[in-house]
Design a protein around this ligand. Structure first.
Ligand code: 5GP
Ligand code: MN
Length: 358
């Protein structure tokens, strides 16, 4: 991002009296943490802020200060007016109109200045302003940059906890390939400014599983299906498993990454059966890219983490996955060390010929 375009974004935000912030459907830690971090900061700057999302956030983000003020879009006159009257509408952690939810088209076609704050590749072209870098670890990191340009002193404990949660959840607790020394320096700054207890934050986000959630995990682990000589690993979350264990689908968070931890697995898929169809989560190790494959199923995402939703049964989805897999992932041929090489076969037949002559 050029200094000039940064200045244009800051100019629009500093002049705004009212800002609406929305994130993607089924929001995750990066979406909610970024929304709260930016929202609480803008409020401190005297701006009227409405945080408006299509879906509620997962229960393990309830502890985040201010999360109870996030409003769910219901199409009410009041909300439609707020969207129409906003000076700036910020879209965070997604860059596609259909991922915003039902109010997406109001945002896109309305008269408010739209600002994209996001790290997903290939943003749609309709945003008036963008603070975008797909090499960024998270949207939370980009919000940190906005604060750093504007007034980093304004970062209090609540803002710091939000941004820390955003970055922690989108980097797999600081271990993915997008983690850089620079990111660690920024995170150190966030921890210091917010006087954060990082162990407590980690426990809030990851150690609040229900017993039903663990039983659900057992049911899911049992569905492991390895294909292409163990290079593709799949697991399924069935509606029956959800009903039997009483756990919520949010508690499956992180399972796709566990499939990827199996030695030899290069691409991991978690399939979640719903009433309307099947949700596919794609995860891959560094050199295998899954966003093209996700796009084939009408979804998208990052090179190593993508998603899609198909209006098909679980069984049909599995069939289509296995059919389409070789077009998107170049799996290695199965190890052929058990069978004879052409050279070995030539040698053997020559030997046999000699024996027969003798
Ligand atoms: P998850 O598997 O955790 O739901 O999603 C992983 C990533 O894939 C998300 O961060 C998001 O970028 C992307 N993603 C998930 N679902 C969809 C979808 O339906 N459409 C698109 N375009 N991207 C998705
Ligand atoms: Mn993100």
């Amino acid at each position: 991002m050029s200094e000039a375009s940064k200045a244009v974004v800051l100019n629009a935000l500093t002049r705004a009296k009212s800002v609406v912030i929305s994130v993607h459907t089924r929001p995750d830690g990066d979406a909610i943490g970024s929304q709260l971090g930016l929202g609480l900061f803008l409020e401190k700057k005297g701006i009227d802020v409405l945080m408006l999302n299509a879906d509620p956030h997962p229960y393990n983000l309830d502890w985040l200060p201010g999360s109870d003020r996030i409003v769910i879009y219901d199409g009410s006159l009041e909300q439609v007016r707020a969207l129409a009257d906003a000076d700036v509408i910020v879209i965070a952690d997604t860059n596609a109109v259909h991922r915003i939810g039902d109010h997406g088209t109001l945002v896109k076609d309305g008269k408010a200045t739209t600002l994209l704050v996001d790290h997903h590749p290939d943003p749609e072209g309709w945003f008036d302003l963008t603070w975008h870098r797909d090499s960024a670890s998270s949207t939370g990191e980009l919000v940190y940059e906005i604060l750093a340009e504007w007034d980093i002193q304004a970062m209090d404990q609540a803002i710091a906890a939000s941004l820390y949660t955003a970055i922690m959840t989108d980097t797999g607790s600081f271990r993915y390939s997008n983690v850089t020394p620079d990111l660690h320096r920024r995170v150190a700054d966030i921890i210091e400014r917010g006087q954060l207890d990082v162990a407590a934050i980690h426990a809030e986000v990851y150690d609040k599983r229900s017993s039903g959630g663990i039983r659900l995990m057992g049911r899911i682990l049992d569905t492991l299906d390895l294909r292409f000589d163990g290079q593709l690993g799949m697991m399924s979350v069935t509606r029956a498993a959800l009903a039997d264990t009483g756990a919520s689908v949010e508690e499956t968070e992180g399972i796709a990454n566990q499939i990827l931890s199996i030695e030899g697995v290069r691409v991991a898929l978690l399939l979640t059966e719903t009433e309307r169809g099947t949700k596919i989560s794609f995860r891959s190790k560094a050199d295998d890219h899954v966003h093209g494959w996700a796009r084939f199923f009408g979804g998208g995402g990052h090179r190593n983490a993508s998603g899609a939703f198909v209006h098909k049964s679980l069984e049909e989805t599995v069939r289509q996955i296995v059919d389409s897999a070789p077009r998107y992932i170049s799996f290695n041929e199965p190890d052929s060390s058990d069978s004879l090489s052409a050279e070995d076969e030539d040698y053997l037949s020559a030997l046999l010929e000699m024996k027969n002559k003798n």
